[in-house]
Design a protein around this ligand. Structure first.
Ligand SMILES: Nc1nc2c(ncn2[C@@H]2O[C@H](COP(=O)(O)OP(=O)(O)OP(=O)(O)O)[C@@H](O)[C@H]2O)c(=O)[nH]1
Ligand SMILES: [Mg+2]
Length: 645
């Protein structure tokens, strides 16, 4: 069965509620005050099945004071039934509601010329001509204009037939997307608890799902679901849905909340948008103007920050103006006074603070942007790219925008609204195309190839500079490279960049140090002879080793040079540091074999025996050497003795 949401629109008293009743038999004015005063105050609902199409009607109030309620009903409708009374024709809220439908990108609908029974043929024709003129060139330009009377029933069958015909052309909402339900009503039913209703704008909700109420973030589980008053295990995008939520108070899910899977989306207090100011707006919209933002069923106050173009373009370029003229379209950052939950592609409406009239609307481009300066060229370029981007391109751009920070799959989901499967598929494509790299598999996180390249060339820069400054040094410590280039980005990014550099053969990664792969310590003839003298001095000391500084002094080499030469000797395994003394590898190897040779005689030795084997070493040397041999697993400490292994 196909589910279609039909919204009414039109001026007060033009017969919207009466028409819905004539079509469905249901009075959508459910409030006592509405029935007493004979006007609609808040949105009402009715439904009707014709063949295999089920129409959910959202009946809205026409009174100018209740446009905010109308807006809570107007988002998410598939078809609009623009109601115009034949005796009054086009009136202010006919225009305003019609503007709202255009700004929300309602795709199709029809015009019902109501109260046809009380006008003569001439007046009816006149109204018909006025309406045709009014919708000319819009999405209703070719729509049927049907004369009806809710009193006599004239035209009602024709209207139903037209609705069925239009329904066939409505594109189904995407049920495979992540579900979102803007809440339009919340009430409590004795014995059931809290129930919220709304039009499910995407995805599928199932009984048992864990959900989150945004922007507050309170979580709950779906206890029961109804679509058009009937229990169901799952509700699909495009259906009027009632959700029974476990353990929540009505106050925790007011109108304007967004119901979504737990942990999936973030509320936001800033959104980057393309804003269209209506041709009919009374005055230009000023920089930092305070407006009412309507998104889904939510209404919040917002400050308009118009993103301006190049300073030099002053005068000719409208993109540089610090206000938006009626009829113009601009990139804007909206700073919200209360958070909302939204995604790129969502439409919104803005109304002026006072008088409260609809002045424009548009589309959300980035729901989780950084705060922009007014003349941020980069931001405007990105937003222009995002506007025309498909899912893959959008994911690529968000990864690029994150730069060295990298983005997890979860962050991509919150930012784009894409499903896990989509994110997996698209990021894999981006990796294949060489535009992104995976920095970690769980949680999956991506960095753009561009950011990776930039980090890699910074690493090369730091190492090049280091080698120039320290030609004798083998390499720079990893920690220093991390501190200088990577700041506080995820450790996985460091690993990925170094991994790539060493994979490409540009950098040699040792245990603790990094160097350019092509770097060889540059020894002058004098350095080479100093190195030889240092090694000889260490070798000559045998096990009676000294500290490096003492040995250097003995060999007539400066302490600073000795440290560099020592590093080279140590890297080639010629010398070994034990405690603060430096030994030659041959002395150590000789000691090891003497100890092993002792094992046949007695596998146990004490300090005294060790001193004897090692040729009368003092405690100062013997103790660190014994501990070294323990570490090397030549010996093992047993009480006061050592066992030879
Ligand atoms: N003669 C005649 N009267 C109608 C017709 N449709 C509605 N009415 C009358 O017009 C008045 C307003 O009708 P509603 O259906 O409440 O108008 P509405 O557009 O829902 O008004 P709001 O919701 O307050 O904007 C009522 O008294 C209806 O009985 C019609 O086709 N013919
Ligand atoms: Mg009404």
């Amino acid at each position: 069965m196909k589910h279609i949401i039909v919204g009414t629109a039109g001026h007060i008293d033009h017969g919207k509620t009466a028409l819905v009743k004539a079509l469905t038999g249901i009075d959508a004015d459910r409030l006592k005050e509405e029935q007493e005063r004979g006007i609609t105050i808040d949105i009402g609902f009715a439904d009707l099945a014709i063949g295999d199409t089920r129409f959910g009607f959202v009946d809205v109030p026409g009174h100018e004071r209740f446009v905010k309620n109308m807006l809570a009903g107007a988002h998410g409708i598939d078809l609009v039934m623009l109601v115009v009374a034949a005796d009054e024709s086009i009136m202010p809220q006919t225009r305003e509601h019609f503007d709202i439908c255009r700004l929300l990108h309602v795709k199709s609908g029809l015009v019902a010329l109501t109260k046809s029974d009380i006008v003569d043929a001439d007046l009816r024709e006149l109204a018909q001509a006025e309406v045709a003129d009014f919708v000319h060139g819009s999405f209703l330009g070719d729509a049927p204009i049907i004369a009806v009377s809710s009193r006599t029933g004239e035209g009602i069958d024709e209207l139903k037939a037209a609705l069925v015909e239009l329904a066939a052309t409505v594109e189904a909402k995407v049920t495979s997307a992540v579900p979102r339900l803007p809440v339009d009503r919340a009430f409590s039913i004795r014995g059931f608890g809290t129930v919220v209703t709304g039009t499910l704008i995407a995805g599928e909700l199932k009984v048992g799902d864990e959900v989150e109420v945004l922007p507050g973030g309170v979580r709950s589980r779906i206890r029961n679901l109804q679509v058009h008053g009937r229990d169901t295990e799952s509700a699909l995008a495009g259906q009027r849905t009632a959700v029974n939520l476990q353990g929540l108070n009505v106050e925790q899910v007011p109108r304007g909340s967004m119901l979504a899977p737990a942990g999936r989306f973030h509320a936001t207090s800033m959104i980057d948008v393309r804003l269209d100011l209506l041709e009919s707006a009374a005055r230009p919209l000023a920089q930092r103007a305070r407006v009412r933002l309507h998104h889904g069923t939510a209404e919040v106050m917002a400050r308009v920050v118009i993103l301006r173009g190049e300073e030099s373009a002053a005068g000719e370029d409208t993109e540089n103006l610090r206000y938006i003229n009626p009829g113009e379209s601009r990139l804007v950052q909206l700073r919200l006074e209360e958070p909302i939950a939204t995604l790129p592609g969502d439409r919104f409406i803005i109304r002026s603070y006072s008088p409260q009239v609809t002045i424009g609307g548009g589309v959300i481009i980035d729901a989780l942007p950084d705060k922009h300066r007014i003349r941020d060229r980069q931001a405007r370029v990105r937003l222009t790219q995002l506007e025309s981007a498909d899912v893959r391109e959008r994911i690529a751009i968000f990864i690029e925008m994150a730069g060295a920070r990298a983005l997890t799959a979860g962050e991509l989901a919150a930012r784009t609204g894409a499903t896990d499967a989509q994110i997996m598929k698209e990021t894999a494509e981006l990796v294949r195309a060489g535009r992104a790299m995976e920095v970690s598999a769980s949680p999956p996180a991506m960095i753009s190839s561009q950011a990776c390249e930039a980090l890699a060339s910074q690493v090369i820069g730091v190492l090049t500079e280091y080698h120039a400054r320290e030609p004798l040094a083998l390499g720079l410590s990893r920690e220093e490279v991390r501190d200088r280039v990577f700041g506080d980005v995820r450790p996985e990014v460091f690993k990925t960049v170094i991994g790539k550099l060493s994979g490409d053969g540009k950098v040699a990664a040792e245990r603790d140090t990094l160097r350019l792969a092509a770097h060889r310590p540059a020894l002058s003839d004098a350095d080479t002879s100093s190195k030889e003298r240092l090694e000889s001095a260490i070798k000559a000391a045998g096990l009676q080793a000294a500290t490096l500084d003492e040995t250097a002094l003995r060999a007539g080499i400066s302490a600073e040079l000795a440290r560099k030469l020592y590093n080279l000797l140590a890297a080639s395994g010629r010398v070994i540091r034990v405690g603060d003394m430096v030994f030659h590898v041959e002395a150590i190897e000789d000691l090891k074999s003497r100890i092993r040779g002792r094992k046949a005689l007695n596998p146990r030795i004490d300090v005294a025996v060790f001193k004897e084997i090692s040729g009368g070493l003092s405690r100062k040397h013997a103790i660190p050497l014994l501990e070294y041999l323990d570490r090397e697993r030549i010996t093992r400490r047993v009480g006061n003795e050592r066992e030879i292994l």
